[in-house]
Each structure stands twice: as C-alpha cells, then as structure tokens.
Design a protein around this ligand. Sequence first.
Ligand code: PHB
Length: 395
Amino acid sequence: MAATLRTQVAVVGAGPAGMLLAHLLDGEGIDCIVVETRSEAYVAARIRAGILENSTVDLLRSVGLGSRLDAEGHPHRGIYLQWPHERHHINFASLVDRHVWVYGQTQVQRDLIEASRAAGRRVIYEVSDTAIHDIESDQPAVTFTDMDGRQVRIEAGVVVGCDGSFGPCRAAVPERAREVWTRVYPYSWLGVLADVPPSTDELIYAWHPDGFALHSMRSPTVSRLYLQVPNGTDASSWSDDRIWAALAARLGHGQDGWELYPGPIAEKSVLPMHSYVQSPMRYGNLFLAGDAAHIVPPTGAKGLNLAVADVALLAPALVALLAKHDTALADAYSDTALRRVWRCTHFSWWMTTMLHQSGDPFDTQLQLSQLRWVATSTAGATGLAENYAGLPLGF
Ligand code: PHB
C-alpha cells in the first residue's frame, strides 16, 4: 500500500541537525516531517563529542532547550595544552570573554527527542530506500519504505538533508553542480568511555612522541579519553591495561605530581579522521546542513557546533522563504554557511596537524615551536581561544 504525506519541510535525518531544525521551524509555525533510517534508541544512544560552544548554548537556551543543560552541563574556562614536561592552561574566558560547556551530544539528542515528543512532531524512524526527487522543482519529494514495508512519498516545499555522510542527500546534488574538497589524515583515534571521575578539571590536549592523547569527560563520574592510533587499528587489539598505560605515558602521569586515575572501560571504538566540504549547500529546493555537507576531524569538537550554526542560519531562511516568499536569506544560505564551515575546517585541521605525530621529524619541530608560541604568547593563545570557544552565530 502506498501513502502520500504533505508538509512544508521534509527533513532527512533525525540527528541533532535535523531535530533542532524541526524544533526551530515548529516554533515559527512551519510544518515538518523528519525521516530517519536508524531507530530512535540507536540515535539517542550514539556517542559523539561533548563540547558546546558559547553560541550553541545561547541558541539552545533561547529556544527552551537549556534547562537540563544548565543543571547538568559544566562550564569550562579553557583547556590545557601540553607536551612532555610542560602543561599550559589556555584561558578562553580571560582571552576572549567566551567559554565552552561540557555536555555530550548524546544529552543534546535526548533533550531534542523529548521536546519533539512533547510537541507531537512527526519523526518517522527505521525507514529504508530513502530517495530524493524533483529538487529543481517547486514540489520536491522524499520517498522511502517505512518499518511496516509500506511505500511512502512526502511532498514538500523544501527538502533538507541532515543525513550525514552516508545519507542520500549530498549525492542528490548533480555532480556537475557540486565541488568537493577532502583530506584523509594518516591516523585515527581510539576513544574510550570510562566509569571513573576525570583526573582533570578541564580538558587536556597532549602532544607526545608516542602520539596524541586527549583527556575529556562527560560528567563528574565519567571520563572520555582518546589515543592517536594507526589507521586500520582494531579496537580489540587494545586491552584495558594497554590503554591506561598509553594514556598515563602520553598524558604525563607523575609529572609535577599529576596522576591519571584508571577505571573500568565501558566502551571503546576507533574513529577515522577526515575533512570534507561540499559546495554549494543548497541546490534548487534541497538544502544541506551538518555532516551531510561537511565533516571535520574531532580535534577541537567542532562537528556538532557547526551543525547547530548551519541550522541557526537555515531556520530563519526557510521561514522567510515559506511563510513570506522572501528568497534573500535562502539565496545567501550556502555562501554564508560556508564561511563558518571553512573557518572551522581550517581550525580543526590546524589543531589536528599541530598535535598528532605524522612520522616526519620536520613536522615535529614545527609542532613544538607552534605549541610553545600558542601556549606562551597572548596573540597565539587568543587565536586558539577565539576559534575553540566559537565565533558568534552569523559569522
Ligand atoms: C569529547 O569529549 O568527546 C571530545 C572533546 C574534545 C574534542 C574531541 C572530543 O576535541
């Protein structure tokens, strides 16, 4: 049996970009339907980065999504940057009067799902064979098979691809109309979630001859830690003891009396690192937001923040387009969004290449020189602080 649904905006992907867009549009009286290939439980549980920029927090608060964030999130003034025998604190609050919050993407997703349920929004999970049609017309459509095997067609004014790097939307832009830039890094991260109080008050980014390490956290009882590993690493080849020993060495256990407290590891996985930018972020009546248009390596935690910034720009553009037939913001969306995308793409690349071992001894000397400059010069530290704490929305 086939069904046809009608809405103003068909959103492909129920991750943070798609769910936040639906939340913002609903608040302005624009009707949406969100479709998602995964189950709600899967989307709600997946582990991603955990740092929110100042402007991300401001936006979430301003649209009624800030109460749990204010109760459970942890403001951080800055980060530690270190290399063997030296640890320096970069204080964003004093350098740029902005700071960041530790609040996991998993928690943001849960808040969005709850808000969506409370508002009775249409989110259709576990769809398959999603396809995008007629994006050059005024009546684009999304078709899919629902979880009961029915063929469904959604007719909309606009389709928004929030479906990440594996979804169909980015490839729906014809090849002749799109340009793509990519960088694959010659290393990956082994990420672990550990049931142990963090051994630090703020995040530690550590350069080390054995490879990069990062000490992050999710809550006063849960730590999130990362190790640089070779591409193709199998997470099961790293025993818990080997992980804690590598973290202790790279994070400087015993240096100036600092100690890393090990604990039970609840989850471990390997994350590949790459950069990807696709332009334009709008083609006809298809708009792209978040990972569908761009991927950053995780160093600097920009992925979620960039998705939020896209959606913050896109929501008013779609309201103007659909409610007032005013095309100006929609026409400017791609160019405006890509300015921030390239800033964050550069910053993520810069943090990544400054901190990871590439195997080239010339790189090593440049990295150490740059780390010393960033950690000890106000000009150097301010550049890192401004980018990390995040530029204001609309940049
Ligand atoms: C994390 O907590 O998962 C995290 C934090 C900072 C990063 C990357 C990941 O740069």
